[in-house]
Design a protein around this ligand. Structure first.
Ligand code: ATP
Ligand code: MG
Length: 729
């Protein structure tokens, strides 16, 4: 066993060694919170606590996996695989698989992803004859989601004066009714959405004392990373689960709370000490991640927020390079600048691709960076793009698998009932849905008994063929493994053949994707784990589907690949990189246009800025563009107010025309486009690396004079109509 206490500072050691009773670790970025949590689990296990009795909740499944590996490494055995460790959603889903029947759900319930859920909301809105422009499904879905995360059910929602006023103000008085119908529909379909995984688990603990007692006994130790981003539903669940042993250890940083828009509340941190009066509190103040320049700048920025728990974060690390502030002419120039700089840094300082991260406020900013990196031949991984599992062909295939596991799953059924075409047209589908709603049964049950509902005879034949086929697949599941069933489904439905015959480039790619899916099912089946009873864990199709639905975007990518990482700041929580580009530091973008009118939201944006700055270990670039295309329009934004909050002494402004905000954002004032920079060359050794000639190839010939504002530039900053407010999930 590795001496896991060696190298920890006194405070870290104190937190690791604290054995029983509530423990809260509040500490700034990079102070070893996650390291302490991991070491603490290893310590508990080394002191004889059974892994089966430890519940650890992390921000991503990938983080959980890394923690497990680290613990195995420390302990020199593989006991850690028996830990209940993962995101709130994945751990609770796993438990609900064996408990859902108590709540009236089938244990093989389907998990609806956000697309499925929105589609149900949309269907409900249409059935209620409401206008889906007023009642935009995604808005309504967000409201429902917020309500669920605040443990507000449809009845409470309908009775809440404040919520009703808000709906009236936005001219959507029927929201409560939609919520109610949505919940009923999901229940009828045997489906839970993401929020239900928390809510239903909470209801299970709340209303079934037997279940509560079972899990209270089981989870003798509970540990939670990133506690500042828990929402009320998560908070209540932990309170219930931890009530028996009170061995609850939470780790967080109020300055990094960035999910307020999704209902997370830092109140949970403050509340912890009220809930557990004898809670032991440990503060970690030494940062091991960043240079002094980066850390000090971050500390100064966050001081502008009121209402923070005071922390004094310091580091023994070297002073390091100053933060480079970079101004470019356009968003494309910003992309080129970043790609050029990565190339140059790799040569100059021997970095590899994986040492770099480009972190932005919204996913839509990725394009310029992707293009530039591709052009330079720099390998990158983008998080938050279209993931493998959201591709159409994969969703179609997976819909078949879902139906086999849970035939009540209406979303899956609608998707494939006539794909590939089998003569069940829209009229028939609409009719089946109508009957299902009138009779309050599932669409599948309507199809099963189609003859009594008066469908035409040729339609009946098609329906019968479909039902028989799905039933034959379901019965296969009883004695064949998930992989064999999936291969069989591919053949019988002609799905694979259809794609195989499509020889277009897209068709070939789609065929390969299906093969990849089949491979992944096979791998899953062939990699059995054992659970606490020594049984091989559930390798059924249902468990497979659950796992892929709950994969967060970060989970299906290899973090060790030698690629530049592109992601939103939200997704970068908890991560660290040698070199970070914090890009798009412009008013309306960051801080986001949606957030500048309220103090609370602005403070959340500032915390987001604190998060991005503190991801960097050695070098940080903060970039902004004079103009960029947003929503199909060229807009001109002021540099972000957050730039002004970075103290001058830690800042190298020589790439921003000597000033940021105060300097004005006019085209003529600075002459600091990527173009100009490349032509000046040299300049402190950072912008060099490309000759003027190379630059000309990239950016065209130099202008003879400072450019006037081109006619296509919108003279005043345009206020974007729609602004992406949520990070992708
Ligand atoms: P964040 O707030 O970003 O989640 P954190 O507080 O969880 O950060 P960690 O990620 O655990 O911090 O640690 C930051 C870095 O510091 C890691 O590379 C970690 O290995 C290192 N580190 C932490 N404690 C020590 C220590 N005592 N000695 C050496 N390195 C340490
Ligand atoms: Mg951490």
């Amino acid at each position: 066993m590795i001496d896991y206490l060696k190298g920890l500072n006194d405070k870290q050691r104190e937190a690791v060694l604290h054995k029983d009773g509530p423990l809260m670790i509040v500490a700034g970025a990079g102070s070893g919170k996650t390291k302490v949590l991991t070491t603490r689990i290893a310590h508990l296990m080394a002191s004889g606590v059974d892994a089966f009795n430890i519940l650890a909740l992390t921000f991503t499944n990938k983080a959980a996996k890394e923690m497990k590996e680290r613990i195995e490494h420390i302990l020199g055995n593989s006991d850690a695989r028996n830990l209940y460790i993962g995101t709130f959603h994945s751990v609770f889903a796993r438990i609900l698989r064996s408990e859902a029947h108590r709540l009236g759900y089938p244990n093989n319930f389907t998990i609806y992803d956000t697309d499925d859920a929105k589609s149900v909301v949309k269907a409900v809105i249409n059935e209620m004859n409401l206008d889906d422009k007023t009642y935009k499904p995604s808005n309504i879905y967000n409201r429902i989601s917020s309500a669920k995360n605040a443990l507000v059910g449809p009845i409470e929602y309908a009775n809440d004066y404040g919520l009703q006023q808000e709906d009236l103000r936005s001219n959507r008085p029927a929201t409560a009714q939609i919520y109610d119908a949505y919940v009923k529909r999901c229940f009828k379909n045997g489906a839970m959405d993401f929020d239900d995984l928390l809510l239903k688990f909470y209801e299970l603990l709340k209303h079934f004392p037997e279940a509560l007692s079972k899990y209270q006994h089981k989870f003798k130790y509970i540990l939670i990373d990133e506690y500042q981003d828990t929402n009320p539903a998560q908070y209540e669940v932990i309170k219930l689960l931890g009530a028996m042993h009170e061995n609850v250890c939470v780790v967080g940083d109020d300055a990094q709370s960035i999910y307020g828009f999704r209902g997370a509340t830092i109140e949970n941190i403050l509340q912890f000490q009220k809930d557990y009066e004898d809670a032991h509190v440990v503060k970690l103040e030494q940062n091991y991640r960043s240079t002094q320049s980066i850390l000090n700048a971050a500390n100064e920025v966050i001081k502008n927020n009121k209402g923070q728990i005071p922390k004094d974060l310091w580091t023994e690390n070297s002073e390091g390079e100053k933060i480079r502030l970079v101004r470019t002419m356009t968003d494309n120039d910003e992309g080129k600048y970043v790609a050029d700089t990565i190339q140059e840094q790799k040569l100059r300082n021997h970095y590899s691709n994986k040492d770099f991260a480009i972190l932005y406020r919204t996913n839509s900013q990725s394009r310029a960076f992707e293009e530039a990196l591709r052009r330079m031949g720099i390998a990158y991984t983008m998080y938050g793009g279209t993931s493998f599992y959201s591709r159409k062909e994969i969703k179609d295939f997976v819909a078949y698998l879902r139906i086999i596991v849970n035939p009540k799953d209406e979303e899956a059924l609608k998707r494939i009932i006539n794909y590939p075409a089998r003569g069940i047209g829209k009229t028939t589908i609409d009719r089946a849905l109508l009957v299902a709603n009138n009779q309050n049964i599932s669409m599948w049950e309507v199809l099963e008994q189609a003859q009594i509902f008066g469908f035409k005879s040729n339609t009946l034949e098609a329906i019968d063929g479909f039902v028989t086929m799905i039933k034959s697949f379901s019965s296969m599941l009883k004695n064949q493994n998930a992989s064999d069933v999936a291969v069989h489904v591919g053949k019988q439905t002609n799905l694979v053949k259809e794609l195989f015959n499509d020889k277009s480039t897209e068709g070939v790619a789609r065929y390969e994707n299906i093969q990849e899916l089949l491979n992944s099912i096979k791998e899953w089946v062939e990699s059995p784990d054992v659970d606490e009873t020594g049984e091989v864990t559930d390798k059924g199709l249902g468990a497979y589907l659950q796992q892929i639905t709950l994969l967060t975007d970060a989970d299906d990518k290899d973090p060790n690949a030698d690629t530049v990482k592109l992601m939103t700041i939200h997704a970068a929580k908890g991560l660290e990189f040698s070199c970070v580009f914090a890009v798009g530091l412009e008013e309306m973008l960051f801080p986001n246009a949606m957030s500048i009118n309220s103090k609370e939201e602005l403070e959340e944006e500032r915390r987001l800025f604190y998060v991005v700055v503190t991801r960097a270990k050695a070098r940080l670039w903060v970039t902004y563009a004079n103009t960029r295309y947003r929503f199909g329009q060229l807009v001109q934004n002021e540099p972000s107010r957050f730039i002004d909050e970075l103290p001058d002494q830690y800042l190298d402004r020589s790439f921003a025309g000597g000033g940021a905000r105060n300097q004005g954002s006019g085209w003529g004032s600075g002459g600091n486009s990527a173009y100009d920079r490349m032509h000046r060359g040299g300049g402190g050794g950072w912008s060099g690396g490309n000759s003027a000639k190379d630059a000309e190839k990239l950016y065209g010939p130099p202008p003879s004079k400072k450019p006037a504002v081109p006619s296509y530039v919108t003279p005043k900053p345009a206020t974007p109509k729609v602004v992406e407010h949520k990070p992708s999930e």
